[in-house]
Every structure is written in C-alpha cells, then in structure tokens.
Design a protein around this ligand. Sequence first.
Ligand code: 2HG
Ligand code: ZN
Length: 460
Amino acid sequence: MTDPRLAALAARLPDLRLLTDPADLEHYGRDWTRRWPPAPLAVALPGNLDEVQGIVRWANEHRVAVVPSGGRTGLSGGAVAAHGELVLSLERMNRALGFDPVDRTLRVQAGMPLQAVQEAARAHGLVYPVDFAARGSCSIGGNIATNAGGIRVIRYGNTREWIAGLTVVAGNGEVLELNRGLVKNSSGYDLRQLMIGSEGTLGVVVEALLKLAEPPPPSQVMLLALPDMDALMRVFALFRARLALQAFEFFTDAALRHVLAHGAQRALEGEHPYYVVAEFDAAGEAAQQAALEAFEEGVNRGWIADGAIAQSEAQAAALWRLREGITESLAPHRPYKNDVSVRIGAVPAFLHAMQALLAREYPQFEVVWFGHIGDGNLHINVLKPEALADADFIAQCEHVTRLLAATLREHGGSISAEHGIGLVKKPYLEGTRSAAEIALMRGVRQVFDPNGILNPGKLF
Ligand code: 2HG
Ligand code: ZN
C-alpha cells in the first residue's frame, strides 16, 4: 500500500480485503452507464458490519470519498468512481441471515443479488415481489439505495414497500438500526424511508429486513398490438378494471425490431406502432374467461389490433423476452437513456408532445420508447448514429434531455422514475424538485454526512 491513507486503512482493519489492481479499479469503478472512465483509489470488500463502519470512520478522518457499490447495474452513474474515491463493495456480504415465519420477513445482507433474494423467499413458500430484468446482477442493497421499481410495481409497488428494517452505517459513521421490523411505528421521522432511494448519499445499507408476500395465483401472459397511444391507455383502463394485473408493459415497433433482430421469437404477424405485454391472475376458468372477454371488447372497440395469449410457461417466457430483452438488444447501438414518469393519465399527451419535438428537432435519431406504462414510467433510448462522433452524440442527447425536462415540467412529471439521479440526471433535478425541496435535501445530507464523504457529486 503506497498510498498512506490506504496504509492507515489496512492497519486499522487488518482483515479487510482491499484491491488496487488496475483491472479491479476498472471493473469496480463503473456501472452500466459506461460514460465516465473509472479512476477509484482502491476497492474495499468488507465482510461484516464492523468493517463497513471502520471504513466510513476512516473515510471521515482522512476525508476520502466513498462510493457504495452493489451490482453496478445502475443507469444513472450513481455507482461510478471516477475521482479517486474508495469503492465500498458489498459484494462479499451476500447471504440470507434468517427467515421469520411469523413476521414473514427475510433478513439479508446488502450484497445479495435480487435473484438470490427471490429464490430464498421461494424456498420459504413466499415471494419477494420486486422484479426486473437485471435481477441476476443487481444487489438488494443497490435496489434499496435507488428504490428500484421494475415490472411488478403496478401490483406490488416499489422497493420502498418491502423494507421492514434496515441496518445502515450513516455518513457520520454511526450504525443505525432503522424500524427493526415493526409493522406500526408512529414515533417520528421514518429514517428508513429516507434512506431508501437516497443513492448512497446518506448511509451505506449493510443489512435489510425484507417483507415477503404470498405467491401470486397462477397467471397468464398476453401480447397485444395497438394502433395508437390513446387506444393503449383505454386498454389499460379496461384491463385494470376487469383483471387483476401483475404487469402492464409497453414497447414500440422500433423496440420490437431490435429485440427480434437480437434473437427473440416473433409472436404476431404484421407491424403495429405499439405493443403491450400484460400479465394477470388467471387461476381457474372464470378468470381466463374474463381475460378473453376483456380482450374481445378491446378488439371490438378498435383499441386492440391483434394479440396472442401464452399457452405454456415457455410461451409466456418468450412473450416476456420481447419486453425484457429490449435493453440488451439496444446495447450495441450505444443508447443514450432517459427514464421518466408522468401521471398515468398524462402519458398520451406527454408522449405526443415529445414525439413531435423529436421528429422536428432530431429526425436523424432513432428513438426507442418502452417501459412500465401502467406506472406512467417511460424509458426512452436514443440510438447513436454510427457516423456521429461520441462527443457530438452526447451533446445532442443532452439537449434532448433538456427538451424532455421542459416537457416533463409542463406535464408535472419526473426526470427519473426508477433509475435515480446519480450523475446523469443531476443537471435536471431542478425541473422535477423545487428549489425549496432541494435546499431541504441538502440540509438532510449534511446532517447524515457532515464531511461529505458519501457519494459526493451524485444527486446534487
Ligand atoms: C427496464 O425497464 C429497465 O427494462 C432498463 O429499467 C431501461 O434500458 C433502459 O432504458
Ligand atoms: Zn424500467
């Protein structure tokens, strides 16, 4: 350890695993944004709470910035370490610590991958219902730090709903046991909820007590083709009224083209501007009949142009792949991503306004829309034209984000629905949160992290 600060850390925590190899710095210093060249000071892989606390105390004494790190699947740069920070990876702390059948809670370490959490819940006959495509790589601690959403929010809500307790090391080095699994706890500010979605700026999540749910009844998956956005929203209202929805996800013809080119199986003939993958409870004939009737009503009213219903688990998975494979299929095109939300009812007006603006100002860009339409959450990916230099592309896309931010402001929306602010959305926070709110957020951050060591430069 040539760096005296690292030597002090190693002396203080002799068992702490520290990495300084350039390949490790590169690996742990970036997330899925791949926009900032990683340049961390080192990577610490603590194995227990005491080591996490020791690291945060050391960081305060030596004024070293710390980037808490989960699976680094984030798309907003929240886990990027590009300025000599210490990456604090929870990767080794990846175990389930205990299940309580009466409380129906599962205690887990923060580095546990979401998929492993889901499997552990299933082993107890229950489910951890937050779910999305990055499940195999992201960690529960990162999910908590970003209040991750995903494809089941329409039924189960965001990560926030599923956290019964948190053990965190606050930026000031204090260990906090927040809420301790209480269902009712009307004793002042809920610091647990403040921690959720704070993007590693208030504390490091070390352990979580997760609520588990009853497994949902057997479900069916439908793919729908729709003529326009107004029809899509009508179908959403119809399905929501008649069926018990578990998911209602949309994508455009452009998204479908990419996902098919990437190896997914075509499920419908013809071309349509919009598609929906809907999943709903379908235990028994009555529920299946209700689904068919809702579908037929949509067709008769001219809202649904075509559709397919999965007849097996394999077919259901194939339909889901059309939606869940989009991000991966777009990756080779170096997409510039945005993740926005508006009130569900405001989606058509917002989307029309944005599509018109983009067609006028950036006709050369291929723009792909998809996402969690049942939550009013749209993902927009602008694909990089091959001939355009990286820097010019980013500059033009930042202008696209400014257009988005202005249009969102008009429609009362948010510049980040579920991916967080991180570095990518930081310049646009003011469009979504008022100056008074941001001032209070700064104050809160100062209280938790007086020396500004946790994820500096992120969020604001
Ligand atoms: C999804 O819903 C993710 O698939 C990723 O939030 C969105 O790649 C994206 O833009
Ligand atoms: Zn999403």
